[in-house]
Design a protein. Structure first.
Length: 438
């Protein structure tokens, strides 16, 4: 029975008392990127495994160790998405979006899946917000995407620093990889088993290894910035110049290589010290060959992704202000069947006007109903009984101070003296009183 009452390891439930924070964050994210022309795309939870092998890279930890892969009933290899870029590009290619006016700007909110050790802000099922900007090779596109993150973090009250690097193009990276092989080969026997395999297949992955020994060895490794070709150097200088013009602060971190194989040229991370040790809360970069690699046209792209769990943790650590959770506006209590039916009718009138309203559905006593109204934090309450039904009049009670206002039970919502109008007027009085106090 225990297995039925406990979620799988690495998953978490977002309970009703916390979900409003997620809703606020998701809305703020989408509203901000819309200012830059990004529109939402929704992609499947699972894709053909080959899509991720080809895009993410078969030498990465994601593909080698972390993907949830299974064979479906038709014998096809299927993988739960570990990230959003590959599926978004597959969709853009399949549906001909890249034949429209460029750049294509897409944004997504999705759940993703990676089999790794669960820790604070990092679960096996996690939630991700990301964008993809397809079609522009210009450094101005890199700067715009980075500036958009800065804008979003400012809106969310997040403090983070931008770290920037360039990992070049396939041409100059080949020379760099050869230099890395020569460097790490001298300490090959000290490397972890995974890095011994990476040494021949993709030596840049050694710089991203989490093993303390491999990290220590990598401290003296050659830097990609010293191997950039003329074109990649010019592009990186243009990115920095545009960021300087936009007054975006950054530091150069030559150790950023990113954990996915598809990146080229500009890569970046936003790092926060607010949730313990230095933590990357947003990461992205350019992937100029990936669309063609997946069977699409030879178009460049750039994007980023951030985990919602870590963003929420960072917002709370930074003291960011969440809007107050919406409270119940009115609770309509009742005594008896006839009063209960009228309470339900009034409750529906308030709901149709956009108010959160409640009435009894548990058969509680009046005392228990009012106790429940207090638990909900209802701003107003009404009690209906035979007397109120006979007189056609009831009283709306403000829970904060006990003041009451009469209303007519049979008045239509638009009429003066109706419950809806009385609630509206009471709310306006509260707002006016608060402004006067300020």
């Amino acid at each position: 029975m225990a297995i039925l009452t406990k979620g799988p390891r690495g998953t978490q439930d977002v309970l009703p008392g916390e979900s409003y924070k997620w809703q606020y964050l998701e809305k703020k994210m989408m509203e901000t990127v819309k200012l830059y022309g990004f529109r939402e795309i929704r992609i499947p939870t699972f894709e053909h495994t080959e899509l991720f092998n080809r895009s993410v890279g078969d030498t990465t930890d994601v593909v080698q160790k972390e993907m949830y892969t299974f064979e479906d009933k038709g014998g096809r290899s299927i993988t739960l998405r570990p990230e959003g870029t590959a599926g978004t590009l597959r969709s853009a290619i399949e549906h001909g979006l890249l034949g429209d006016a460029l750049p294509v700007k897409a944004a997504y909110l999705l759940s993703a899946f990676r089999y790794e050790k669960p820790q604070a802000g990092r679960q096996r099922e996690f939630h991700q917000f990301g964008v993809e900007m397809l079609g522009s090779a210009a450094a101005s596109a890199d700067a715009e995407v980075i500036f958009m993150v800065c804008h979003l973090f400012q809106e969310l009250g997040i403090k983070a620093r931008l770290e920037l690097n360039s990992i070049g193009c396939p041409a100059c990276r080949a020379k760099y990889q050869e230099a890395l092989r020569n460097y790490f080969s001298a300490r090959r026997e000290d490397l972890c088993d995974t890095c011994k395999d990476r040494l021949e297949r993709n030596p840049m992955r050694l710089l991203d290894c989490k093993s303390p020994v491999c990290q220590e060895i990598g401290q003296g490794a050659p830097m990609m910035l010293d191997f950039l070709c003329e074109e990649c150097t010019a592009h990186f200088e243009q990115v920095k110049a545009r960021l300087n013009a936009m007054e975006v602060s950054y530091t150069i971190n030559p150790r950023i290589v990113r954990g996915l194989d598809y990146y080229t040229k500009t890569v970046f991370e936003f790092v926060s010290d607010q949730i313990g040790a230095q933590s990357t809360i947003c990461a992205g970069g350019r992937y100029d060959g990936l669309i063609e690699q997946l069977g699409g046209p030879a178009l460049p792209g750039i994007g980023f992704a951030m985990g919602l769990e870590r963003i929420l943790m960072t917002m709370e650590a930074c003291g960011a202000a969440f809007p107050e959770e919406r409270k119940c506006m009115a609770y309509i209590g009742s005594m008896g069947e006839a009063a209960g039916a009228k309470a339900a009718q009034l409750t529906q009138q308030l709901r149709k006007e956009g108010f959160w309203a409640e009435c009894d559905t548990m058969g509680r006593s009046v005392k228990a109903q009012m106790k429940f109204a207090n638990k909900l934090g209802a701003r107003f309450s009404v009690i209906l009984g035979d007397s109120e039904l006979e007189q056609g009049v009831a009283k709306l009670k403000r829970m904060a101070d006990g003041s009451v206002t009469e209303f007519r039970l049979e008045a239509s919502p638009q009429e003066p003296g109706s419950l809806v109008k009385v609630v509206y007027d009471s709310c306006l009085e509260e707002v006016a009183g608060a402004l006067k106090t300020e």
